[in-house]
Design a protein around this ligand. Structure first.
Ligand SMILES: *[C@@H]1O[C@H](CO)[C@@H](O)[C@H](O)[C@H]1NC(C)=O
Length: 248
């Protein structure tokens, strides 16, 4: 031991600082350098993991705003159409029924309307963006989007919608029908200003702006082209809305 220590000390003295690592006494040189290597690799791995984790956290936080606190609800309503003149008493056997799946978050609600079973009609998505105050209807058969300002007297705010659907889960619900007559006014070429949710829904589809027929200049007298219309039954309140969308 003494001899080895002396030799290496002598060698270092003789060659100064320029002793290459390989020439050093293997007992002194190799053990610490092996430790250094594994510590370095360990640190790098830790750094890598920390980097990936921070990426996941930041990415998660970004996604959270758009995708997370949302829940899926299912509900059905039976309704009588008061406007046909027939009261609820004269429709004893069968009341039409609407079913919906709804995804509700703080800032939006997406309603999935399946095709009605015993009536003509298209499957559709209806998206209410509570921040932008817009509603978009996506007709899945026509692959066309229709956008109109959100009507807050028809669409309940998110928390009330959640309460309504919680109530609907515990049994059948009888309601009434409200008619809504909407008319396409213009095509929208750039859907970016409509916000993230509507952009995601209507991306790649023809998109049109709509107005209530009653708010059109000239009182909205209906033109004859009734075949350019389609009808949706849905609800976002305690009543069922029959939305008729016409291209003229
Ligand atoms: C909202 O809907 C109700 C019922 O259909 C209607 O009377 C009212 O005019 C609508 N409001 C707006 C701003 O469109």
């Amino acid at each position: 031991m003494v001899k080895i220590a002396f030799n290496s000390a002598l060698a270092q003295k003789a060659l100064g600082k320029e002793v290459p690592a390989a020439v050093k006494d293997p007992e002194q040189g190799s053990a610490p350098s092996g430790n250094d290597g594994s510590t370095g690799r360990c640190l790098l791995t830790l750094l890598g993991i920390a980097f990936i984790l921070s990426g996941l956290i930041v990415g998660g936080a970004c996604l959270y705003r758009y995708f997370t606190p949302k829940r899926l609800y299912h509900g059905a309503m039976q309704f009588s159409d008061v406007s046909t003149g027939a009261g609820a008493e004269s429709q004893p056997y069968y009341l039409p029924r609407v079913e919906e799946e709804v995804e509700i978050s703080d800032s939006m609600a997406v309603i999935s309307v399946p095709p009605p079973r015993f009536r003509p009609g298209d499957p559709a998505y209806i998206l209410h963006d509570f921040n932008r105050k817009l509603t978009a209807y996506l007709d899945l058969t026509l692959r066309t989007c229709f956008v109109i300002p959100l009507n807050t007297s028809v669409v309940l705010p998110p928390q009330d919608l959640i309460d309504l659907f919680s109530q609907l889960m515990s049994g059948s619900y009888r309601s009434y029908l409200v008619h809504e007559d909407l008319v396409v006014t213009e095509r929208i070429d750039d859907i970016k200003p409509l916000g993230f949710y509507i952009r995601r829904l209507c991306d790649g589809k023809e998109t049109y702006r709509m107005q209530r027929r009653a708010s059109l200049p000239g009182g909205g007298i209906q033109k004859r082209s009734a075949d350019e219309c389609f009808t949706l039954h849905h609800f976002a309140n305690k009543f069922v809305t029959e939305t008729r969308i016409c291209k003229a």
